[in-house]
Design a protein around this ligand. Structure first.
Ligand SMILES: NC(=O)c1ccc[n+]([C@@H]2O[C@H](COP(=O)([O-])OP(=O)(O)OC[C@H]3O[C@@H](n4cnc5c(N)ncnc54)[C@H](OP(=O)(O)O)[C@@H]3O)[C@@H](O)[C@H]2O)c1
Length: 425
């Protein structure tokens, strides 16, 4: 026997439209498989005349949120508005009214995680957010269910398709960041204002969600170290490649039992690391757990249909669960570290004369940093040579101190990029 579940959609743009289409086209088959027949009763939009060209009956469209949030017949509210507000307060109201919420909104979820969880706990409603990280990839479910009997020690994700597309093309073509960004904007792969993606904010929200549920300890987005890809040059990528590395924007979380590392920044990976071959707009998350060891999940991190796939999966779970699962988070959250160990790639310009190496290695040694590899490129027209150093594992703070102490008359540091090594399995 099929049961009907009544939905209200907040937003009918790219993602809301994708969910509408998937339910319309595949809802009958999904109902056969799950026993749950989905009916969209209302969809909230800003302007009823514009709704992505979807064939949505007039009576379904509304501009009044209370038609969804206050309607007792609507059991599940699906939020695809985007942005922090009014999305967060609408989700809160839905939960307060005992309706389960399914969202794809990493920003509102990351910023209001505690309130939303508390309200869901209070009313017994469900809060589901598989699509908020990694689009179609079932990473949230994987962490919360099949992998639950693990201490997840490390997660490294390519969780932003726009920046991965830009870096992939910069690497393949030797093209400048600005050139590829413009192309990505023309192709609709980057927003007209690309800040959220290229400065790493989007990835930081996602890491805050993944880290919180993976480490069972709240990781607030304001504690995530964040650096975007705007300073990366094709030379960095090419020099890294010569030394056996591939550059990616990574969301990195580590738990050593006493503190959590949470950071988003460009990072070099050994060319044989599974994440190194995740190209274009694809997403992937690499996990290391004490029992399963290492694992990578890869797939489409954005787009209407891949995202709708995760959302409809959540809706079915919300409809089927008699009791909604709530991830366990420890009451005394671990601190998020403001220092960490990594290896470092340092690109410098220096006068091609004696004393330069002594200046660099001397200042590094003074800060407890040793060099594992070095490469020199011929001097340019101004007589400046490019020097690349790769350090052994060193503390972030020590590297910053060493870089600051270098005499810019002798050598100027042009970029510092972290180098992440494979986990020892
Ligand atoms: N795009 C992706 O590939 C992707 C992937 C994963 C997650 N997400 C997340 O999914 C969410 C939605 O993204 P999207 O690309 O679908 O956005 P979008 O195309 O801009 O759609 C937003 C929808 O919300 C409606 N809306 C916005 N503000 C509203 C308000 N104050 N009151 C009523 N309606 C309002 C808009 O109405 P109108 O139609 O009238 O303008 C539109 O239908 C975001 O949180 C995003 O981060 C997106």
């Amino acid at each position: 026997m099929e049961k009907e579940v009544v939905l209200g959609l907040l937003g009918l743009g790219n993602i809301g439209g994708g969910v509408w289409d998937l339910i319309r086209e595949f809802g009958a088959e999904t109902a056969k498989r799950t026993g749950v027949r989905l009916r969209v009763k209302k969809a909230l939009v800003l302007d009823k005349r514009i709704h992505g060209g979807k064939e949505v009956p007039d009576e379904v469209l509304t501009t009044d949120r209370s038609d969804i949030l206050e309607d007792p017949e609507i059991q599940i509210v699906c939020e695809f508005l985007g942005g922090e507000q009014p999305a967060a307060s609408m989700m809160l109201r839905a939960l307060e009214n005992g309706k389960s919420v399914v969202t794809a909104n990493k920003m509102a979820l990351s910023l209001h995680f505690d309130e939303l969880r508390a309200m869901a706990k209070k009313t017994g409603a469900g809060l589901y957010y598989e699509a908020s990280v990694g689009g179609a990839i079932p990473i949230i479910n994987a962490i919360q269910s099949p992998l639950i009997s693990n201490r997840i020690e490390q997660m490294m994700g390519i969780v932003n398709g726009t920046t991965n597309y830009i870096l992939t093309r910069m690497a393949a073509e030797g093209a400048a960041y600005e050139t590829v960004l413009k192309d990505a904007q023309r192709l609709g792969l980057a927003e007209p204002d690309p800040t959220a993606d290229v400065e790493g904010y989007d990835a930081a929200y996602k890491l805050s969600i993944l880290g919180s549920i993976g480490f069972h300890s709240r990781v607030k987005v304001e504690n995530v170290y964040r650096e975007g890809i705007t300073k990366v040059t094709p030379e960095d990528i090419a020099f890294g490649r010569e030394m056996g590395y591939v550059l990616k924007l990574l969301a990195i979380g580590k738990d050593n039992g006493e503190a959590i590392e949470a950071r988003v920044h460009p990072a070099f990976l050994p060319a044989d690391h599974p994440l190194a071959r995740v190209d274009g707009s694809l997403n992937a998350v690499f996990l290391f757990g004490h029992s399963f060891r290492d694992m990578m999940l890869e797939g489409r991190g954005a787009g209407d249909r891949p995202t709708a796939s995760a959302i409809v999966g959540d809706i079915i779970q919300a409809a089927q669960n008699a009791e909604h699962p709530m991830p366990y988070l420890r009451e005394d959250p671990l601190p998020v570290a403001d220092d960490w160990y990594s290896r470092y790639f340092l690109r410098m310009k220096a006068k091609d004369e004696p004393g330069v190496l002594a200046e660099v290695t001397g200042k590094m040694a003074k800060n407890g940093i040793s060099v594992s590899a070095m490469m020199q490129k011929d001097a340019d027209a101004e007589g400046k040579a490019t020097l690349i150093f790769i350090t052994h594992s060193a503390s972030e703070k020590a590297v910053r101190r060493a870089v600051k102490s270098l005499n810019p008359e002798i050598c100027r540091v042009e970029n510092v990029i972290r180098v992440e090594d494979a986990v020892e399995a």
